[in-house]
Design a protein around this ligand. Sequence first.
Ligand SMILES: [Zn+2]
Length: 252
Amino acid sequence: MTHLDTVKADPSASKEDIAKAEKDVEKARNKYRHKDIKDALEQMFHGKCAYCESQVTTTGYGDIEHFCPKGNPQCVNLTFEWRNLLLSCQKCNDAGHKATQFPLDANGNPTLIDPTDGVTDINKHIQFSWDSVDGALVKGLDARGKEVERIFDLNSEHGTRKELIKHRTQYVRNMLSVLGIARQTGNHEAIKLLLEYCQSDAEYSAFALVHILPYLAHHSRVREAIALLKEVSQSSPAYAAFARINQLSSLP
Ligand SMILES: [Zn+2]
């Protein structure tokens, strides 16, 4: 017998007691649903924030993020639709960042980038750059990219994301040190590690795709790297041009 059944069967229970027990059941159900969705999103996004690519545990706990925010008249029917849900870190989704922002362009299309929409070529709008002075930066290449940079405050060293910028730069610096070892020695373990940096479950893999994968495919001619470079190029013409996909045709 559930708690609700017990309350209902109790002749001394008031209407308020029953209403409260029913409310508790509903609350528990919602909590369970919420956990199911979150578990599925964590699996789908490999535990990474859809916006800043940090493991959500690096910057706090993950949030279920409605790309088009709840209550926005643009997407009132999307609130419970799976394709509107992303995994986000708490920082990217907090009141100082995306929260309920959902800017539209002159044609009424969202300017923010949904990394899962299957049509937007992220590399056309955003550059994942590195230099030894400024570190690892996510730079907007056009109005859409700049909007992403601004809303999530992805680069400002004195802004709200100091922790992210420090962690991301250290991570990419380590990755490039391994690249240095691979270049100098051709060490197999180093090459294996570089390939791991390029996988979608690795933090900041967008940087590895730009700074590591072309080297592994063109220079080291690692079979998995060539396959991955081709796969990424298919969904991103901007990346294909950068990664010189055409020059891979003569490779095995
Ligand atoms: Zn984030």
